[in-house]
Ligand binder design. Structure first.
Ligand code: F6R
Length: 609
């Protein structure tokens, strides 16, 4: 969704801003814009619907200035066009604002400004901020922005330029991320590390309610009432090349192939072989706290929710604590009961998904204990929860999540192991799972090596208009995630079902044109699963079966492809069974010529409700 960049230093700002915006393209957007300032020459703004390269082509020749801000917009208030693109300015063109988030009282503020005779050029909520700043009588830019923010309700990450203050950018954060990048005699700001890493990895994560002023010589941070805060810049342990696709044809492909190393990082230093358990220092909970938990509730959106379902089953199985997962986007709208002895887990790759963030805030507001299972360090959700498990999957750029989801399941396994081992999970079972987790990186490589054999299967699936993905118990969320990945990148209709529910309705749809991808691990349900496959085969339905070596599919001979994944401990089956589904989705999308890293209508971080 929307992205922000900003630069102040000794270089021409526009090329740096465009480069930064290019690095935010993966987030999803429909228009882009930049504004630059130079002393004596005032403010210049250029904005355009379409891609960053369209903006670049439309940029006037003399677009000079060493202070600037830029934005990629994902339309919320008003259609995607040149006028609604950011930056937005006041009537005199003195103030420029870029903004991520939503101003809840925008329509009241718009009418108030209209009553004062101010013409609003755009349909956006953001434009009101520019007019409010222009109307302020404070002497400093900081004071003007602070006065404007006092009138605003909603969420924002924003950056402001003012023609009277050409040496600075003022930024503010409330619910939408902003990261300051500290350079050598230059400062950067962005809503995502991806736009900063080329220039610096020394950063300051602003907290909600915090503002900052950036000049070429440094930064100061303060609260919205202008009282000082003392944020110290930290050097992040990030490999800048991790944000490049390198030789891969897409980020999704690169990130799928990185899953073994990502899992190694998630596990590093967290397994205790002696006691068959895990160490999760970030939970800030001792054994007594963990034993006091009576229930676990997992909240996430989209694929993170499906992995949450896998995690809930695992926690229930290993720790014998009732656990379930719910879509965070629904949870807080039903006035949920928050229980003091429930552990709430908010799971998110980006840590920015607003529904997950707001669910966590609602739980905390009601006095509940919520931990985060998050990939992006310093993200809004990580800050909100204050405790939890970082995934260390590395940056995930492709919209379709792969390695982050795999590490989420590993994170849940570590949590389940610890919760189990302070209860009744035996040391022998604990050790068995520790060994299983240690085997995963190698086994993931084995599964990834299957890719060439999946090309033809994917071609057949891609030729169908509609597909089923089926599984039972721990295989069902795997099927849900498989269907999600397939529809997201291939645009084919893919529906997930519990295998056991097929004959209660959807079997009516099965014929030779509707393939079914079935999850059939070698577990206590294998025979029942195979019986359901026979029912599909008997109706001519083509089958792709993700299974284990040795599982006997019986007499099904025609129109069936089996994909065997290595065995691990059965509790960890979801991980190795999900990866072929990612590869099938990827290969199908590639053969259909889809824009795999930027599927239509989707954004990497869903920062609106
Ligand atoms: C699917 C996908 C989305 C995300 C969902 C939550 O491939 O990427 O369904 O899983 O939008 O995003 P995060 O994990 O960032 O909260």
């Amino acid at each position: 969704m929307c992205g922000i960049v900003g630069y102040v230093g000794s270089e021409p700002a526009a090329p740096l801003l465009l480069e930064g915006l290019g690095r935010l393209e993966h987030r999803g957007y429909d228009s882009a814009g930049v504004a630059v300032l130079s002393s004596g020459k005032g403010l210049k703004v250029a904005k355009k619907a379409g891609r960053v390269r369209d903006l670049e082509a439309a940029l006037p020749k003399r677009f000079n200035g060493k202070t600037g801000i830029g934005h990629t917009r994902w339309a919320t208030h008003g259609p995607a066009n040149d006028v609604n693109a950011h930056p937005h300015t006041d009537a005199k063109g003195q103030v420029a604002v870029v903004h991520n988030g939503i101003i809840d009282n925008a329509s009241a503020l718009r009418s108030e400004l209209a009553d004062q005779g101010i013409d609003l050029a755009s349909d956006t909520d953001t434009e009101v901020i520019a007019h409010l700043i222009a109307a302020s009588d404070a002497e400093t830019l900081e004071g003007r922005v602070s006065q404007a923010l006092a009138r605003i309700e909603g969420t924002y990450g924003l950056a402001v330029l003012h023609a009277d203050f050409p040496d600075r950018i003022v930024v503010a954060r409330n619910g939408s991320p902003l990261i300051i990048g500290v350079g050598d005699k230059e400062m950067h700001v962005a809503s995502d590390m991806a736009a900063l890493v080329r220039y610096t990895t020394t950063v300051v994560h602003l907290a909600d309610g915090e503002m900052a002023t950036l000049t070429a010589h440094g930064y100061t941070t303060y609260r919205e009432d202008l009282s000082a805060t003392d944020r110290v810049a930290k050097k992040m342990d990030i490999d800048p090349t991790a944000y490049d696709a390198g030789e891969h044809e897409s980020y999704m492909h690169k990130e799928m192939l990185e899953q073994g190393e990502a899992v190694e990082r998630t596990l590093r230093g967290r397994l205790d072989e002696r006691f068959g358990t895990s160490h999760l220092g970030g939970l800030n909970m001792d054994a007594r706290d963990l034993r006091a938990i009576k229930r676990v509730k997992i909240l996430g959106c989209g694929s993170a929710y499906y992995v949450g379902q896998m995690g809930a089953m695992l926690i229930e199985e290993l720790a014998r604590v009732p656990a379930d997962a719910e879509a965070a986007s629904e949870f807080r709208y039903r006035n949920p009961i928050i229980e003091p002895d429930t552990l709430y887990v908010a799971v998110s790759q980006s840590g920015e998904t607003v529904d997950t963030l707001l669910a966590a805030q609602e739980i905390r507001r009601k006095g509940g204990r919520v931990i985060g299972l998050v990939n992006v360090v310093g993200s809004a959700l990580a800050q909100e929860c204050g405790a939890g498990i970082y995934l260390h999957a590395g940056p995930e750029v492709a919209v379709a999540s792969t390695k982050a989801l795999t590490t989420m399941y590993v994170g849940f396994s570590l949590l389940a192991l610890q919760l189990g081992r302070v209860r009744d999970l035996s040391i022998a079972d604990g050790k068995r799972l520790v060994e299983g987790l240690k085997d995963l990186p190698r086994q993931i490589e084995e599964v990834l090596a299957l890719e060439p054999t999946l090309v033809e299967v994917a071609r057949r699936l891609a030729s169908a208009e509609s597909l089923f993905f089926i599984g039972r118990v721990r295989g069902y969320p795997v099927a849900r995630e498989g269907a999600q990945k397939f529809k997201e990148v291939s645009y084919r209709h893919a529906e997930a079902y519990q295998t056991s529910e097929l004959k209660h309705g959807p079997l009516a749809l099965i014929d030779k044109t509707v393939p079914t991808v079935a999850i059939v691990p070698d577990d206590e349900l294998a025979d029942r699963n195979v019986a359901s496959l026979h029912e599909i085969a008997a109706r001519g339905g083509p089958l792709v079966v993700i299974t284990h070596p040795g599982v006997d599919l019986g007499e099904i001979r025609d129109h069936v492809v089996r994909i065997d994944v290595p065995r691990n401990e059965r509790e960890l089956d979801p991980i190795l069974m999900t990866i072929p589904l990612q590869m099938l989705a990827y290969q199908a999308a590639a053969q259909l010529g889809r824009d795999i890293d930027k599927p239509r209508n989707l954004a990497k971080s869903v920062t609106v409700e």
